[in-house]
Design a protein around this ligand. Sequence first.
Ligand SMILES: Cc1cc2nc3c(=O)[nH]c(=O)nc-3n(C[C@H](O)[C@H](O)[C@H](O)COP(=O)(O)O)c2cc1C
Length: 179
Amino acid sequence: MASEYLPISELIKSRRSIRKFTSEPIDDAMIDQILTAGIWAPSGKNNQPWKFAVIKSEALRKLLAGLTHYTKIIENAPCCIAVFLDHNLSYDRTKDCQAIGACIQNMLLVIHDMGLGAVWLGEILRNKEKVAELLNPESSGLNAPSNLELMAVVALGHPAEKGGKGKRKALDEVMFLRR
Ligand SMILES: Cc1cc2nc3c(=O)[nH]c(=O)nc-3n(C[C@H](O)[C@H](O)[C@H](O)COP(=O)(O)O)c2cc1C
C-alpha cells in the first residue's frame, strides 16, 4: 500500500485525479476491495441504490471510449467501473445521488490507498443511454437493464503519472457562517 501510514485526513488531501495508466492489469481481488469500499458508503434509509459494471475487456473499453470526449483515458485504463443508480431501489433522487457520490468517493480513496490511480468521469453522462445500451446483456454479456441510470465511470489502473498539486479554495471563501 502506497499510503500505509497516512492518516485519513492526509489520504483525502493527497488523492489526485490520475488520467494516465500503465498496462499492468488490476486483479479481481483488488476490484472487490474497491467495490466493497463503495458499498460501505452511507445511503438514505440504507437503500444502497448503486449497481456496478466492471469493464476490463479491451474491446468493450474501446466502445465505451467512443462515447466520451475522454477517449484516451478509457482506452488506456486497464479497468473501468461504471456506477449506476438503480431506479428500482431509489426513493429520493437527491439523496440517492448523494449516496452514489459518497460511494464513488469511498472507492477513489481506497484506490489511492492501494497505490493505484483513478479519475471520476462525468462527461460521458451526455451519452448515458448509449452506455446503458452498450452494457446491456444482448450486446456485451453484462447485465445493465433499463432501470439503471449511469452516474459516472471511474477509470483506474496503476498510475503512469503523478497527480497535480491540487488546488482548493480557502475555507473562508466557502464558509459563510460560524457563530
Ligand atoms: C462529478 C465529477 C465529474 C468529473 N468529470 C470528469 C471528466 O469527465 N473528465 C475528467 O478528466 N475529470 C473529471 N472529474 C475530475 C475533476 O476534474 C477533478 O476531480 C478536479 O479537477 C479536482 O482535481 P483532483 O481530483 O485531482 O483533486 C470529475 C469529477 C467529478 C466529481
